[in-house]
Design a protein around this ligand. Structure first.
Ligand SMILES: NC(=O)c1ccc[n+]([C@@H]2O[C@H](COP(=O)([O-])OP(=O)(O)OC[C@H]3O[C@@H](n4cnc5c(N)ncnc54)[C@H](O)[C@@H]3O)[C@@H](O)[C@H]2O)c1
Length: 309
């Protein structure tokens, strides 16, 4: 289908799962990964066989590595992903300026570009998040993702022949995320605390809801975006169903056969989202994407994968 595919951020959590699925689905295709290993890990790539370019995209010399029309499909996932980094220059340079360089290189080509945006662009909004809602990023990370969407919109205008789509991933969890440490999913963080016999620590009173989405569903939606070649600029990718942190503890207790109880403490952040939930109407319409994993099924699959512990 595609002779060459480029995945940036392929040593990271979602990127490495994407790499493995691409190799399973399209074994004939040449796969190239660009990752500077600032947060990703070789451990995620042990079962993959692709060319890995270990470079920082902010200073990347595109012309040195590639000719203009060489790559028909790009998945751009590389990003500073620690959402608590408040160094605005770092967030903007790493996420926005690196993306600008990428777009400049592919400008004028028909290359299909799919890039990772984030539910963080909704920021202060609470409840069901729809693409047509006014974005309200609450931190530099969310702001940088929104700026990427603006760049993509301008690129699309200048390159009407090209297709570019941003995917607003919600709270992704699953295999190959352990390298993220304190930025890993709450599923992993809570599971670890339970496993160590500690009371999982939650902001009072654990009722905040998130759209937790299993990485296999995220990978499916990401590949579907390429296969369907849909003309849409931005889509939500989540489970479409919000669950509370207390729900997570309850499901983990069932799966791990434990009786852990949360220890609540006051939230230190002046702003903390109460509820996120992906509205999937457009995603379903354009991609035919239907999430396969409920939170229960996803955590069970994660546990069985051997990557949770
Ligand atoms: N995991 C989530 O819940 C979630 C939610 C919303 C959006 N996203 C987005 O999805 C994408 C993948 O996230 P992830 O969870 O896999 O994070 P991750 O940190 O595991 O992966 C990011 C990868 O990008 C690489 N990288 C970072 N800056 C780079 C640079 N300048 N040049 C080259 N490589 C660089 C890192 O080394 C890492 O391997 C990111 O764009 C992130 O913003 C993730």
């Amino acid at each position: 289908m595609w002779k060459k595919i480029l995945v940036t951020g392929g040593a990271g959590f979602i990127g490495s799962n994407l790499v493995h699925e691409i190799q399973r689905m399209f074994p004939e295709c040449d796969l190239i990964v660009i990752d500077d290993f600032s947060s990703g890990s070789f451990k995620n790539m042990l079962a993959s066989h692709c060319d890995v370019i270990a470079e920082d995209l902010y200073s990347f010399q595109w012309e040195y590595y590639f000719s203009k029309n060489e790559i028909p499909l790009v998945f751009h996932l590389a990003s500073l992903t620690d959402t608590t980094v408040v160094d605005e220059r770092r967030q903007m340079q790493n996420n926005v300026e690196a993306f600008r360089k990428l777009l400049r290189f592919f400008s004028g080509t028909p290359t299909r570009i799919i890039y990772a945006s984030s539910a963080a662009v909704y920021g202060k909004a609470s409840g069901r998040n729809r693409i047509q809602d006014q974005p309200h990023p609450a931190n530099p990370y969310g702001f940088s993702k929104l700026q990427m969407e603006h760049l993509a919109a301008a690129y699309s205008k200048e390159n009407p022949q090209a297709r570019i789509t941003g995917l607003r991933y919600f709270n992704v969890y699953g295999p190959r995320e352990a390298h993220k440490g304190k930025s890993s999913s709450m599923i992993l963080q809570i599971a670890k605390q339970i496993k160590e016999g500690k009371a999982p620590r939650l902001f009072s009173f654990g009722e905040q809801k998130r759209d937790f989405v299993y990485v296999a569903d995220v990978v499916k939606a990401t590949i579907l975006t390429a296969i369907k070649d849909c003309p849409v600029a931005v889509l939500n990718v989540g489970s479409g169903c919000a669950k509370s942190f207390n729900d997570v503890i309850q499901i983990l207790n069932q799966i791990l056969k434990t009786e852990a109880k949360a220890e609540y403490f006051p939230c230190p952040y002046p702003f903390y989202q109460v509820h996120t939930e992906a509205d999937l109407e457009l995603t379903q319409y354009h991609l035919g994407y239907i999430p396969e994993y409920s939170l229960e099924r996803g955590i069970e699959a994660y546990f069985k994968s051997g990557w949770l512990f």
